[in-house]
Design a protein around this ligand. Structure first.
Ligand SMILES: Nc1ncnc2c1ncn2[C@@H]1O[C@H](COP(=O)(O)OP(=O)(O)OP(=O)(O)O)[C@@H](O)[C@H]1O
Ligand SMILES: O=C(O)c1ccc[n+]([C@@H]2O[C@H](COP(=O)([O-])O)[C@@H](O)[C@H]2O)c1
Length: 210
């Protein structure tokens, strides 16, 4: 069975960096990949756009392809969107199917601060997406937890449902939602940093314009 990979984020807003790495992860892992917007991201300021606005941008961004889809389960839960709760729910739903949590290298370096973070390895594999300017050196506590779990090939993720860590060397794209918010707030048009469909409806990016 194809692994199911979840790519969580605030997506405030989604950009071509997200979509490109998610697409490459789908290819490298031969997996179904779902983008998983957080309702209340646990470790940052609340998003600028509302949940409905972020979802509308995601839907526009995903049009015209069928490899990446949207999973809105975190938006239906109250309180902070703890990833461990989401993956535990998915594990119950998906049986022994391999699950892969996709995380950018910057977010992965902070994994040891996540809620019940050691449980994550019991419910899913982790796919770490390289990101420009982010070192692969981990804090000692996280390195201890990860060493012994690393695998080099995607095939190794199919042998068991959870517990492995794979580094995915994706094409570096130095795009961030922070930069896109800055450009929009300054009245600029980040047209080629975002998927074309998002610009078809000017209302979609209105929350970020001043
Ligand atoms: N250009 C990129 N390359 C690789 N991973 C990325 C890239 N942009 C975002 N990610 C990863 O996508 C996930 C969701 O990120 P998020 O929605 O916070 O986007 P962001 O661009 O980092 O946003 P912000 O600038 O608001 O912090 C995280 O795991 C993050 O590391
Ligand atoms: O579960 C946690 O404690 C936790 C702490 C920080 C981040 N996360 C998740 O990591 C993903 C990326 O977060 P962010 O803040 O980089 O957009 C998103 O799915 C968050 O819900 C999860």
């Amino acid at each position: 069975m194809k692994p199911l990979a979840l790519f969580g984020g605030t997506f405030d807003p989604v950009h071509l960096g997200h979509l490109s790495v998610a697409w490459e992860a789908a290819e490298l892992l031969d997996a179904e990949v779902r983008l998983l917007p957080a309702s209340i991201p646990p470790h940052r300021q609340p998003p600028i756009a509302s949940t409905a606005q972020r979802v509308a941008i995601l839907r526009a961004a995903l049009q015209g392809q069928s490899r990446l889809s949207l999973d809105t389960r975190e938006l239906e839960r109250e309180g902070p969107s703890f990833t461990v709760d989401t993956l535990t729910g998915l594990r119950a739903e998906q049986g022994a199917r391999p699950l892969v949590l996709l995380i950018g290298a910057d977010a992965f370096a902070h994994l040891a601060s996540w809620d019940r973070w050691r449980v994550l390895f019991e419910v899913a594999h982790i796919g770490v997406l390289s990101r420009p300017g982010v070192s692969s050196t981990l804090p000692p506590e996280l390195e201890d937890a990860v060493s012994g779990r690393r695998v080099a090939t995607a095939d190794a993720l199919r042998d068991c449902p959870a517990g492995k860590v794979i580094e995915l060397a994706v094409t570096p794209l130095e795009i961030s939602a922070t930069r896109i918010r800055e450009l929009l707030a300054a009245g600029r048009d980040p047209r080629y940093l975002m998927p074309a469909g998002v610009f078809d409806d000017p209302a979609l990016l209105a929350p970020y314009r001043r």
